[in-house]
Design a protein around this ligand. Structure first.
Ligand SMILES: [Zn+2]
Length: 128
């Protein structure tokens, strides 16, 4: 099971990881905290705040100041829920949804709140 905390794969995987991590956080009743690496068991894993670069459908994008756990022993990176949301919000996938919404508003059509989130959900549940 250790591998289940591994860093997310590119693209749509992230929302699934976010859900998994969200459940874990809720269950822990405490702040998200990692003392040992879920992959190699090293206690060298520590909190890092860094800009990260990811890829979505071949398109590279950067997310500034993401907080995550970084294991110097095996290179594992563990992102908490907050980090996942931040990464998601910067991804071209999310941006494209926002662009459509904006365009519709500009055209005077407007977009209903529920429609917007249905679009987000449709996008984020596509994977897996
Ligand atoms: Zn490790």
């Amino acid at each position: 099971m250790g591998r289940s905390l591994a860093g997310p794969a590119a693209g749509g995987e992230s929302s699934r990881w976010a859900a998994v991590l969200h459940n874990k956080v809720a269950n822990m009743n405490d702040k998200f905290q990692i003392k040992t690496c879920p992959t190699c068991g090293s206690d060298q894993i520590r909190r890092a705040v860094r800009g990260i670069t990811r890829k979505y459908k071949g398109q590279t994008y950067t997310v500034p100041k993401v907080g995550f756990y970084d294991c110097p022993n095996c290179g594992e990176k563990v992102y908490d829920h907050e980090a996942m949301l931040k990464i998601e919000a910067h991804s071209p996938k999310f941006q494209s949804i926002l662009d459509v919404a904006e365009q519709q508003i500009r055209e005077g059509k407007g977009i209903k709140h529920e429609e917007f989130w249905r679009g987000v959900e449709a996008e984020t549940t596509k994977a897996g």
